[in-house]
Design a protein around this ligand. Structure first.
Ligand SMILES: [Zn+2]
Length: 268
């Protein structure tokens, strides 16, 4: 597979346009992938997510056979996250690609079979018993197919490369009170740890950086170690923490997370 002009291309990829979008992402905003399950068959999911009367959509639906249906190009905002919040940011539709994965979610055991909310039944080899990350009790979950997991991982890799994604999150992580998808049957930790490894290394390296505190009412942060250099951001505030990158002639280069030079004597 490959991404060309915001479209996924490949032998098992098709496109069915959804009208449920709200224009293009603002420049620089798209940096997250949100994973979901459909809680039902692909066909129903696509019908719902392309129905103008239903205020929902997503970018991709990944079926159990590994085929992919794209509903909107990756530069358009779709409506999959709903009320959502993670690390201080709200409204994840405006920042994310939504991937729906065909899966029935939580199942109820009945005799030798396991029943989905809409009546479909699954044999034991399509079920795991596991505890959701937001719960303390075990439940039965519909498993994902191997080809589905591989396809989602490959799509995530392409998206991370093409759009410089910073986060891969489950719907259950940005709306933990409302949502359980993609749930414990999907190996989201393994996929994001593999794909966002470069970021993790950067974070690891950052851990060893010295932290200092701004000790002036306002502290200018500049592009170069000079009082005539342009400011790269709003002045830093007293008490603000900065990471120290390097020092030169009494100036200190810091990350806040923008990087710039400040007068060293105003840090402690
Ligand atoms: Zn969801």
């Amino acid at each position: 597979m490959e991404i060309k002009e915001h479209l996924l291309k490949g032998a098992n990829v098709s496109f069915k346009k959804t009208p449920n979008t709200s224009g293009e992402f603002k420049a620089g905003d798209l940096d997250t992938i949100i994973l979901h399950y459909t809680a039902g068959p692909t066909k129903n999911a696509i019908n719902t997510l392309t129905n103008p009367r239903v205020k929902a959509s997503a970018h991709l639906v990944v079926s159990r056979d590994g085929s992919v249906t794209q509903l909107a190009p990756f530069n358009l905002i779709t409506w999959h996250a709903g009320q959502s919040q993670y690390e201080g940011r709200i409204g994840f539709n405006n920042y994310s690609i939504g991937i729906e994965i065909e899966n029935d979610g939580i199942l109820q055991k009945s005799g030798n079979t396991y029943r989905a909310w809409y009546g479909a039944t699954h044999a034991e080899d399509e079920v795991i018993e596991a505890t959701h990350r937001n719960s303390t009790s075990k439940e039965f979950w519909h498993t994902y197919t191997q080809v589905q997991i591989e396809t989602v991982a490959e799509v995530c890799r392409l998206l991370v490369e093409t759009y410089d994604m910073k986060l891969i999150l489950g719907h259950d992580e940005i709306a933990p009170k409302r949502k359980q998808d993609p749930g414990p049957a999907f190996p989201i930790d393994r996929i994001r740890n593999g794909l966002l490894h470069a970021d993790r290394n950067m974070n690891d390296a950052e851990e060893s950086l010295k932290i200092m505190t701004v000790d002036a009412g306002k502290l200018n942060i500049r592009a170069l170690p000079s009082t005539t250099a342009e400011q790269v951001a709003k002045s830093l505030q007293k008490g603000q923490k900065v990471k120290v990158l390097e020092e030169k002639n009494g100036w200190i280069k810091v990350r806040v997370p923008v990087e710039g030079w400040v007068f060293g004597q105003y840090l402690k």
